[in-house]
Design a protein around this ligand. Sequence first.
Ligand code: NAD
Ligand code: GLY
Length: 364
Amino acid sequence: MNTASVTVDLAAAPYSIRIAEGSLSEIGTLIGEHTMFSGKKVALVTDSNVGPIYLKTVQEALETAGFQVTPIMVPAGEASKCIEQLDSVCRQMLQAGLDRKSLLVALGGGVIGDLAGFAASIFQRGIPCVQVPTTIVSQVDSSVGGKTGINTPEGKNLLGAFHQPSLVVADTATLASLPEREFNEGFAEIIKHAAIRDEGLLSFVENRAEIRSHLVELMERNVSIKARVVEEDERETSGTRALLNFGHTIGHGIEAAGGYGRFLHGEAISLGLVAAARLSVSHAGLSQAECDRIIAALELYDLPTRLSDDISTESILEAMARDKKFEEGAIRFVLVSSLGQAHVSSSVTGDDIKQSIDRLRLSN
Ligand code: NAD
Ligand code: GLY
């Protein structure tokens, strides 16, 4: 089996990210080998798309290893990152007799990782969580680093907690059942990682024809970037972790202005990356050729790089003003000075952002 392992070396509790094709059926053994968990009861939380395909394999692997499993299914989609589903997951765990010695396994994409991870963080004041990501977004990004949470009508990810997983098991074989659009959207986060930390990763993804044959290496390179950033700045206090927000300031505004149904998360981030790359040319010395390379890589994965006129610049700016990334009204914008080199800048003004959104409507 082509296998990779990356450690997130946090002082409080280091943990492993195991990446392999076909590792879902090994999960019971992996929990025994890589976590300190010694209890028996496990909540296995998944969604209504992932459950019918992968729940049985994971449940059987856990039961074979001696765990008592309570499967919990929530409706697929971003709308499930809400207080009602959080309440439902926690109450199903209580009704099944899970307690503070239990474990939660989150099987699914970023929605399940964020929702179930948050449930684990508050259940009986916190129980361990194993993340089993099944999308590109969740395998390269959301399953690592401990950010968990839900949305409210006021905005995205406004309630949540840092709750690092005890183990991450990424089975690249699960990506075969992802619809093409969801497969492609994950490349926005991958191209972001390349832009801020690893130019070589950009060359790697530029070989699109071969990419599905190299998924374990692709995930390993990405989680290594994420792991190093999280080790440097676990709670996003020193500024290093904020670099992961490259493209997200404007991207989140576009996602919200589109009503969360119009764009997939990665599609909105793609547009945000284009705007941020162009602002990096004007404000941080990124060469036009490097900016064009970022945009071409996004297009290679059929990600949007132009915005249509039916979403107004004002609605995007209004959504951005509500985003918690705008600290007390100040704009802290991530720029890239050359591929692989990023920094947080306060030189980007509201007018610059407005112009960069307007420019997304032009053909080049
Ligand atoms: P998702 O979890 O909604 O998954 C996308 C779709 O694919 C869903 O319909 C899901 O049911 C389906 N699916 C998942 N795995 C599948 C598989 N293997 N085969 C077939 N279908 C499958 O979305 P996502 O893109 O994985 O994650 C987006 C979410 O992650 C957002 O809520 C975002 O805020 C969050 N996020 C969190 C972090 C973090 O650090 N915590 C980072 C990035 C994104
Ligand atoms: N996805 C951004 C972060 O984990 O900080």
